[in-house]
Design a protein around this ligand. Structure first.
Ligand code: SF4
Length: 725
């Protein structure tokens, strides 16, 4: 009996005076929720709700999505192009014409003095796919630098690389629908309830209908680990060892799908040789999971009717990220799960349109998953754009993580950053600051003029934000979804695609190539180029996508809708049509805790914020719920060091230091601390960020730190100053 039950205050929902709801896809994470933005009688966006009938979220939205309309009126927006001679001068307003004239003159000066690749471009996972395609056309077809990448290298490069090595192409094989059909789910380094809340809700819905085991592999006892049937608290960075040991057990006990392996895979010579070395007893000593548990989960996975794996940064952000992804693919191939309903792998992406950039930006190659290394692909795109095929380089240039060291060494002199904020997002901030200071010319193009990296820019270009323009995003499960233009950008801010098109006009070759005006005309070009490719979108149009509230690719011409999963026909993209089983030995090569720096430093996200808080840092409720950088610390370790709950401490690594509030919790083991990565001048002052040799993705999650006391008043002051960003 609950006393006073009849006297509860009635829930009141404020009437915001919505007269119309406009359709959009969420601009934060890669779940890709369909939203409706409420407009009042003055045409102002005043509310957000999940769109009913959308397959992804079925009327739901997480806290970030629910306040997304507040972005339109948020502080710090860029309203005019700004220019200055040096970073010590004050920015002056300038016109778009003179800003773009100045920019093209500087790019041409740098390229003629130091070579075509001395000007680099780094973009994002935040723009519309049509904008990525247009930027790729400008970069590859007009400016002609080969040092061009996206910040997606910081989050998904290992997944891309692992897919390419195993299957011959990028492209996540699975779908959210697989939760409804799987008999076993393994999640590697993914805190689904906090990072991808609506995918988690889909998983819970599936679990309510039908019970199946959830195995979470994570060094932290995350929210996801707390609801799992089995939690494997693995030693950071050693997932590859666990996966090799599972493969060892599966073959040793005859649990493999021999027909699938012989019909659809090819083996590298060393595949069996490598996994032979990973008996569970030896593996346990490295990965920290006992041998019997390794055997138990291997049997559970292999004997399930359909088994699937999901993963995020716990796998990708590692010096073994690409190998970890390929090892997950190995596991799914030897158990016959790739292409099976409820089986296979699904990498869960970070940014709303990280997939769009993978498919269409030409960062790692040419549009539609074409490669620079394939002569026919170079010819096909050159003919389509109307340029000489020899204008393209014959192999990919530097990734984002190699572009910064190339600035340091003087090889790159100019940089254009589009909707990315390396001063907060890159590892070892002190080094990035020095790097940016070396540039002869830095352009920052962003919706926000107060983004930290703009402190180092010579030219700032104000861009329209999210639904201030139209276009499409692709989500984690390859679903292309539409964003309507809901409101105008502030003052002189412009859609990124218009900036790219107008800049292209400053080159002779840019005037020769056609740059369509509207998003739907650009989409039509992409449709044509996609025909017959794995990421075929030729059966889609903006109208059809909107009608169906998102369509998964491949969706070839004439198809009513898209395919839920890839490789159902077991035809892989390697020339022999087979997937590769790769031998993946583990080499211990990362920083580890030692005497002077005795704690693992682990990093990740919180539900309230997105990436470097450029957007969520401006939303009142997000800041209210998650106002400050903090550190999770184990209470036993805290007692030994005399650290009290909710007091400030200084963390020190070999790179630098950071001040955070200590939050004591058993979520982290005794030798680990965890800090969210969203905050300026915080965790990335400490991280090392060694690179994966295949994907060039940094290992953000494996650094070593020590904890020192700090003056509490001084720390509070530092904290307040850093939060102004
Ligand atoms: Fe947006 Fe992701 Fe939240 Fe969905 S789960 S509303 S896509 S932030």
């Amino acid at each position: 009996m609950l006393f006073g039950r009849g006297k509860r205050n009635p829930i009141k929902i404020a009437d915001k005076g919505v007269v119309d709801w406009k359709y959009a896809t969420c601009g934060y994470c890669s779940v890709g929720c369909s939203l409706e933005i409420g407009i009042n009688k003055d045409g102002k966006p005043v509310s957000t709700r999940g769109a009913a009938g959308a397959d992804v979220n079925r009327g739901k939205a997480c806290i970030k999505g629910l306040f997304e309309h507040e972005l339109f009126g948020s502080a710090g927006r860029g309203t005019h192009p700004l220019t200055r001679k040096t970073r010590f001068d004050k920015f002056e307003k300038t016109s778009w014409d003179s800003a773009l004239d100045h920019m093209s003159t500087e790019i041409k000066r740098i390229q003629s003095a130091y070579g075509r690749d001395a000007f680099a471009i780094v973009s994002t996972g935040q723009m519309m796919t049509e904008e990525f395609y247009t930027l790729g056309k400008l970069t590859r077809g007009v400016i002609g630098t080969n040092n061009y990448d996206g910040n997606t290298t910081l989050c998904m490069a290992s997944a891309v690389s692992g897919y390419k090595r195993s299957f011959g192409s990028d492209g996540p094989p699975g779908a959210y629908d697989d939760f409804e059909h799987t008999d076993c789910l393994m999640a590697f380094g993914s805190n689904l309830p906090e990072q991808h809340p609506i995918i988690y809700w889909r998983l819970k819905e599936a679990l309510e209908k039908r019970k199946f085991p959830i195995i979470v592999i994570d060094p932290r006892v995350t929210m996801f680990a707390q609801m799992a049937d089995i939690h494997l608290p693995i030693t950071p960075g050693t997932d590859l060892v666990l996966l090799n040991a599972m493969a060892h057990v599966i073959f040793h006990e005859g649990l493999e799908d021999a027909d699938y392996i012989s019909d659809h895979t090819s083996k590298t010579n060393d595949f069996h040789k490598v996994i032979d070395d990973y008996d569970p007893e030896s593996a346990a000593k490295i990965c920290g999971i006992d041998a019997d548990t390794i055997r138990m989960v291997a049997r559970l996975y292999a004997e399930a009717g359909a088994a699937m794996s999901i993963w995020t940064m716990g796998i990708n952000q590692s010096t073994h990220g690409s190998d970890g992804v390929a090892a997950i693919n190995n596991l799914n191939l030897i158990t016959g799960n790739v292409g099976k309903k409820g089986g296979g792998g699904l990498s869960i992406t970070g940014q709303c349109n990280a997939m769009g950039t993978r498919e269409w930006s030409s960062c790692s190659g040419l549009p539609g998953y074409r490669t620079l290394e394939t002569p026919e692909h170079r010819k096909e795109i050159a003919d389509f754009w109307g340029i000489d095929k020899d204008f393209f380089p014959e192999k990919r240039g530097l990734t984002e993580t190699d572009i910064f060291p190339a600035i340091e060494s003087g090889q790159i002199k100019g940089l254009w950053l589009v909707a990315t904020n390396p001063m907060t997002s890159m590892a070892n901030t002190a080094r990035i600051r020095k790097t940016l200071e070396k540039l002869e010319f830095l352009v920052v193009q962003d919706a926000y003029a107060d983004v930290e990296t703009n402190e180092y820019a010579h030219l700032f270009l104000p861009a329209a934000l999210w639904a201030e323009k139209d276009g499409v995003f692709t989500n984690t499960e390859r679903r292309v979804n539409y964003i309507s233009k809901i409101t105008e950008p502030p003052e002189e801010a412009r859609p990124d695609r218009d900036i790219f098109r107008d800049l292209a006009q400053r080159w002779d070759q840019g005037r020769k190539i056609k740059f369509p005006e509207t998003a739907s005309e650009i989409f039509d070009e992409m449709r044509t180029l996609s025909k017959g490719r794995l990421c075929d979108i030729s059966g889609m149009s903006h109208e059809k996508i909107r009608e169906q509230k998102g369509i998964q690719w491949p969706c070839p011409e004439g198809a009513e809708t898209g395919n839920q999963r890839l490789y159902e026909d077991r035809q892989f993209q390697h020339p022999d049509g087979r997937a590769k089983l790769l031998g993946l030995p583990y080499n211990e090569n990362n920083e580890r805790p030692e005497n002077k720096f005795p704690f693992w430093l682990n990093t990740g996200r919180v539900v309230e914020h997105f990436h470097s808080r450029t957007k969520t840092g401006k939303i009142g409720n997000m800041n209210k719920f998650s106002p400050t950088p903090y550190m999770e610390m184990n209470p036993d370790a805290a007692r030994e060091l005399g650290v009290e709950h909710m007091t400030y401490v200084r963390l020190v690594s070999k790179r630098g230091d950071a001040v955070v509030l200590a939050q004591l919790t058993q979520r982290v083991p005794r030798d680990m601390v965890f800090i969210p990565f969203h905050f300026f001048e915080c965790v990335n002052r400490l991280t090392l960020g060694l690179l994966d040799p295949h994907s060039r993705q940094p290992a953000y999650k494996q650094s070593a730190v020590r904890i020192e006391p700090v003056d509490q008043d001084e720390a509070a002051q530092i904290n307040a100053e850093n939060r102004t960003f």
